[in-house]
Design a protein around this ligand. Structure first.
Ligand SMILES: Nc1ncnc2c1ncn2[C@@H]1O[C@H](COP(=O)(O)OP(=O)(O)OP(=O)(O)O)[C@@H](O)[C@H]1O
Ligand SMILES: [Mg+2]
Length: 611
C-alpha cells in the first residue's frame, strides 16, 4: 500500500487523469445499463404491444446510447493513457535512479553484490514494483462504480439491492481468493523463466569451455531439468485458471438469473417497472468484468512489494564514497608524488558476520615525482589491491595514501580523476569507436591527443591499419581485438588524460616483451605533452622491472623488500626465484610463438599482425 501511495504522490496529476477516466467509464457503465433498461421498457415493450415503433423515441434512445458510448470511450482512453504513462514513467525514473546509485556506490559495495542481481534490480525488480500501477486507476474507478451500483440498486428496489449485496461481495471475494492463489504460482513461473534464460545465457557465454571440455550433454540436461520445472509451473498456473475463470464468468450470470427471478415477483407486486428490471439485470452483466481489475491489483501486490524491497535496498544503500573539497592544481604539468603510509586493508566479507581477511598490512612506500616504481610479487600477494588503493577505488582501513602530501580522501572526485589513471589488469573496451574509447569525451582531448596517446602506447600502427582508423567500431559488436591490442588501447585511454600518476596493473602482459619495454621506456620520457608522469607498475618481466628506479617486493600483503632490481636479485631469494620462474615460462611461450609464426594461420588466438 505504501508503494502505491508513493506512486500516487510522485505522479499525482497523471493519476488523477487516469482515475477520472476510470470513474467516467464506471459511471457510463451504470448509465448504459439504465439506458438499455429505459429503451427496453419505454420503446421496445410498447412497440411490441402496439406493433409499431415511435420514431421520436427510437431516435432519442439511439442518441443516448451513442452519447454514452462516446463518453465510455473517452473514459477508457483517459484511463489507459494515464495508467500507461504513470507506469512507464515511474519505471523509467526508478531505473535511472537505481543505475545512478550503482555508479555512486563504492567498489566495496559492488564486491558484495553479484552482477546478475544488479541487473535484475535495475530491470525486473523495478518493473515488478510498479506493475500494479496500470490496473490501479481501473480498480479505484471500479470501487466507485460498485458503490454507485449498490446505491442505484437501493434507489430502485430494496429486494433487488439485496441480491446485489449478495453477488458483488461474492464476486469480489472470489477474485481475492483467485489472486492470492495465483500470485505465488506466477512468481515461481517468473523466477524459473529467469533461471532458464540464465542457464541458456551461461552456456552461450561459456560456449568455448562447454565445447572444448565436451560438456554439451551435461549442459543440455541442466537446461532440460529447469525447462521441465518451468513447464510444470506454467501448467499449474493454467490449471488454477481453468478452475477459477469459469466460476468468475458464471457468478454474474447467476446474479442476473437471481435478479430475474426476484424481479418477476416484484414486478407482479407492482414494486418495480419493466424498465427497472431490465436495467438491473443488465447492470449485473456489465459489472462482472471491471470487478476483476481489483483482483489484478491484489494479485500484483505481493510481487510489487518484493520488487520494491529490493529496489529500496539499492536506493537506501549507504557507504557512498564521500569526496573531499581539495583540488590539486590542474594546470600543474609536473608528476605527482604518491605515498603509502602504514596502510592496512581487508576486503569486506561477503556476509557481515564473517571475519574479513586482511589483504595488506603495514604497506608503506613512495613513488617520487617522475620516478618509476615496480611492484613485484607472487599471485595473490595484493598487487592489484595496492593499485586500487593508489587510485582510490577503495579506501584503506587504516593508514594513508597521499598524492603530493594530500590524503586522497580529501580530494574532489574531479581532481582525483584528472591526476591519476589506472590501467587495470583486465582491459575493458567499450562497444564504441576507437576514438570514443580513448578520448571518453573528456574536454580537451582532440584527435591529435588521441594519436599521441596511441603512439606512446605503441598502438598507432594497428589502429592506422584498421578499416576506418579512429572511427572503427571495436568491442563486442565491432572489430575484435587481440589481448595485446586491447591492453594497448586501454593504456592509450589512460595516457590521453595526461595523468600525473600512472598506475599500470600488469597492463602490458599480453604485449610482446620488446614492445612492453619500448612502451615503458617511452612513458618514462613523458606523457603526450612531454611532462613525465610518476609510474607505479605491476610487472613480471626482467626487462620491464629493470627499467624501474625502485622495486617493491610484496608477499602476502607485506612489503618484504625494496631496492633496485640488481640489489633484490642479490639479496632476496624469493624475488630471484619468482623472476627466474617467470622468465622461463616466458621463454617457453616465446618459443611457441615463433613456432606459430612459422606455421601460418594457426589458432589465431595470439597473433600480433602489426609488428
Ligand atoms: N573483491 C575481492 N573480494 C575479496 N577478496 C579479494 C577481492 N579481490 C582480491 N581479493 C583477495 O585479496 C588478495 C590479494 O588480491 P590481489 O588481486 O590484490 O592480488 P594480486 O597480487 O594482484 O594477484 P595477481 O598477481 O594474481 O593479479 C587475494 O587473496 C584475493 O583473494
Ligand atoms: Mg592482480
Amino acid at each position: 500500500m505504501a508503494v502505491l501511495g508513493r506512486a500516487i504522490r510522485e505522479q499525482p496529476r497523471i493519476f488523477a487523469v487516469a482515475v477520472a477516466g476510470s470513474v467516467l467509464f464506471g459511471s457510463m457503465v451504470i448509465a448504459s445499463a439504465y439506458v438499455v433498461g429505459g429503451v427496453v421498457g419505454e420503446v421496445v415493450v410498447p412497440a411490441v404491444a402496439r406493433g409499431s415503433v415511435g420514431v421520436g423515441a427510437l431516435a432519442l434512445a439511439a442518441t443516448a446510447l451513442f452519447g454514452i458510448s462516446v463518453l465510455r470511450v473517452v473514459g477508457i482512453f483517459g484511463r489507459r493513457l494515464g495508467a500507461g504513462y504513470m507506469q512507464y514513467r515511474l519505471q523509467a525514473a526508478y531505473r535511472r535512479r537505481v543505475t545512478r546509485r550503482y555508479l555512486e556506490l563504492p567498489l566495496s559495495w559492488h564486491h558484495r553484490n553479484a552482477t546478475g542481481t544488479l541487473l535484475s534490480n535495475a530491470n525486473s525488480d523495478v518493473e515488478a514494483a510498479w506493475y500494479p500501477i496500470a490496473p490501479l486507476p481501473f480498480a479505484v474507478g471500479t470501487l466507485v462504480m460498485l458503490v454507485g451500483a449498490v446505491v442505484s440498486l437501493f434507489l430502485t428496489d430494496w429486494a433487488l439491492a439485496l441480491v446485489g449485496l449478495a453477488v458483488f461481495p461474492a464476486l469480489f471475494a472470489l477474485n481475492v481468493v483467485y489472486s492470492r492463489r495465483m500470485a505465488p504460482r506466477q512468481a515461481r513461473a517468473q523466477r524459473l523463466r529467469a533461471e532458464v534464460s540464465g542457464i541458456a545465457h551461461e552456456s552461450f557465454d561459456g560456449a568455448l569451455v562447454v565445447k572444448t571440455m565436451g560438456r554439451e550433454a551435461q549442459e543440455t540436461d541442466r537446461f532440460a531439468a529447469r525447462a521441465h520445472e518451468l513447464r510444470d509451473a506454467l501448467i499449474s498456473v493454467g490449471r488454477l485458471r481453468g478452475v477459477f475463470d469459469p466460476m468468475l464468468e458464471t457468478l454474474p450470470s447467476l446474479g442476473t438469473l437471481a435478479v430475474l427471478v426476484v424481479g418477476a415477483f416484484r414486478l407482479r407486486a407492482g414494486a418495480i417497472t419493466v424498465t427497472e428490471l431490465v436495467s438491473v439485470a443488465f447492470l449485473f452483466t456489465v459489472l462482472a468484468f471491471p470487478v476483476r481489475a481489483i483482483g489484478w491489483v491484489l494479485a500484483e501486490l505481493p510481487r510489487s512489494v518484493a520488487g520494491w524491497d529490493r529496489v529500496r535496498r539499492v536506493l537506501d544503500a549507504t557507504g557512498e564514497m564521500p569526496y573531499g573539497t581539495r583540488r590539486l592544481d590542474p594546470a600543474e604539468p609536473r608528476p605527482a608524488t604518491l605515498a603509502f603510509d602504514d596502510v592496512h586493508f581487508g576486503y569486506e566479507p561477503a556476509e557481515a558476520h564473517l571475519p574479513g581477511a586482511q589483504v595488506l598490512g603495514e604497506v608503506g612506500f613512495t613513488v617520487p615525482a617522475g620516478k618509476t616504481v615496480a611492484l613485484v610479487g607472487p599471485t595473490g600477494a595484493g598487487k592489484s589491491t595496492v593499485a586500487s588503493l593508489a587510485v582510490r577505488l577503495v579506501d584503506p582501513d587504516s593508514g594513508t595514501v597521499t598524492l603530493d602530501g594530500v590524503d586522497l580522501r580529501e580530494l574532489t572526485a574531479e581532481s582525483l580523476a584528472r591526476t591519476v589513471a589506472l590501467v587495470a589488469q583486465v582491459p575493458f573496451v567499450f562497444d564504441d569507436t576507437v576514438r570514443a574509447n580513448i578520448s571518453l569525451d573528456r574536454p580537451g582531448v582532440g584527435d591529435d591527443d588521441v594519436w599521441a596517446a596511441l603512439r606512446l602506447a605503441e598502438a598507432d600502427g594497428f589502429v592506422a591499419a584498421l578499416p576506418d582508423g579512429l572511427d572503427t567500431m571495436v568491442g563486442e559488436r565491432g572489430t575484435s581485438l587481440s589481448g595485446g591490442q586491447r591492453q594497448r588501447l586501454t593504456l592509450a585511454r589512460a595516457l590521453a588524460g595526461r595523468p600525473r600518476l600512472l598506475v599500470l596493473d600488469d597492463a602490458t602482459s599480453a604485449v610482446d616483451p620488446r614492445v612492453e619495454a619500448a612502451i615503458l621506456a617511452g612513458l618514462r620520457g613523458g606523457t603526450p605533452d612531454g611532462a613525465a608522469a610518476s609510474i607505479l607498475v605491476v610487472a613480471y618481466r626482467r626487462a620491464t622491472i629493470a627499467l624501474a628506479d625502485e622495486v617493491i617486493y610484496l608477499e602476502q600483503g607485506r612489503v618484504l623488500a625494496r631496492g633496485t632490481h640488481t640489489e633484490l636479485l642479490a639479496t632476496v631469494p624469493g624475488y630471484a626465484d619468482l623472476v627466474t620462474a617467470y622468465e622461463q615460462a616466458e621463454q617457453e611461450r616465446e618459443q611457441n610463438r615463433t613456432y606459430d609464426e612459422v606455421a601460418p594461420l594457426t589458432s589465431g588466438l595470439e597473433i600480433e599482425v602489426d609488428r
